[in-house]
Write a protein that binds this ligand. Structure first.
Ligand code: BGC
Length: 275
């Protein structure tokens, strides 16, 4: 089955039809610059242009870099404030009109979408337990999975560390803005990830966003207890994750392992038989 995935970012809006059975793009993705100012109407028009480029009709999923509750944006850390409380699904749906063939636009937080794609087809494939995906870009996004099941909107990029919102110290944008060496930036990333680690004790940390393509520049400087790996889908994770999310197979959830059956006196009712 094919679903159209759109990745709405601060600088570009990218989209492609995705084969959701194997997570591949059915056609090369098409990108337009994000309009400035990035108000809801202009962004929705651009999304419609990206979708129209493929003459697509059918279901569409879209990422958005904010907390998304039932299709509505609740925060705007790195986007135009006009988005707060905007029904993103309805605004995009209005611009897409008949292209949707009666379906609704499924909207998902950008990091959650990237995580969904990595869990299904990338670095988190086959990993059970607790997985944290972190995306280092303009901000820091996070996605949390327990046994493959997404816990949405975790927003752990805003953890306060030494009095600072973590993403204002350790995002990829900060590395570029402050012209930090890879080593210096890696130390900040390490501080951030060790805080996450101490709070969550994950089984795997996946690092995504622009820097995941340059893993060799900073991975050696990370000192963590947890296994850390770079994302594998990189540029395509948002588009693929949006499509998977819209396709309903939101996490490729694997069933949680059954708790081991306890045997012996502990399960026996006092003085009685086992039921
Ligand atoms: C936002 C998140 C988003 C992340 C990455 C943060 O500033 O609060 O919702 O996932 O940036 O774009």
């Amino acid at each position: 089955m094919r679903v159209f995935g759109v990745d709405i970012g601060g600088t570009g809006i990218k989209g492609a039809p995705v084969d959701i059975e194997d997570g591949t793009l059915a056609a090369p993705r098409f990108r337009l610059p994000t309009p400035q100012p990035a108000d809801p109407e202009s962004v929705a028009r651009t999304v419609a242009e990206v979708v129209a480029h493929f003459e697509w009709t059918g279901p569409v999923g879209a990422t958005f870099p904010a907390v998304i509750k039932s299709g509505v944006a609740r925060t705007a850390a790195n986007v135009d404030e006009a988005w707060i409380d905007t029904d993103v699904s309805a605004v995009l749906g209005g611009a897409l009109g008949p292209a949707l063939a009666g379906s609704e636009v499924a909207v998902v937080n950008d990091a959650d979408a990237a995580g969904v794609a990595e869990m299904a087809f990338g670095a988190g494939r086959d990993t059970s337990g607790l997985v944290v995906m972190t995306t280092f870009g303009t901000g820091i996004g996070t996605a949390l999975f327990l046994h493959g099941q997404l816990v949405p909107n975790t927003e752990l990029g805003h953890l306060e560390i030494q009095g600072h919102d973590a993403e204002t110290r350790a995002s990829e944008a900060v590395r570029e803005r402050e012209d930090l060496s890879w080593e210096k930036w890696a130390k900040r990333v390490n501080r951030y990830l060790s805080t996450l680690e101490a709070l969550l004790w994950p089984d795997l940390i996946i690092i995504g966003g622009g820097a995941s393509r340059k893993a060799e520049k900073f991975f050696d400087h990370l000192e963590l207890r947890t296994k850390v790996v770079p994302a594998q889908l990189q540029n395509e994770a948002g588009v693929v994750g949006a499509a998977l999310y819209a396709g309903g197979d939101q996490t490729r959830a694997r069933p949680a392992p059954r708790p081991a059956r306890r045997r012996g006196p502990a399960t026996r009712p006092p003085g009685g038989r086992r039921p």
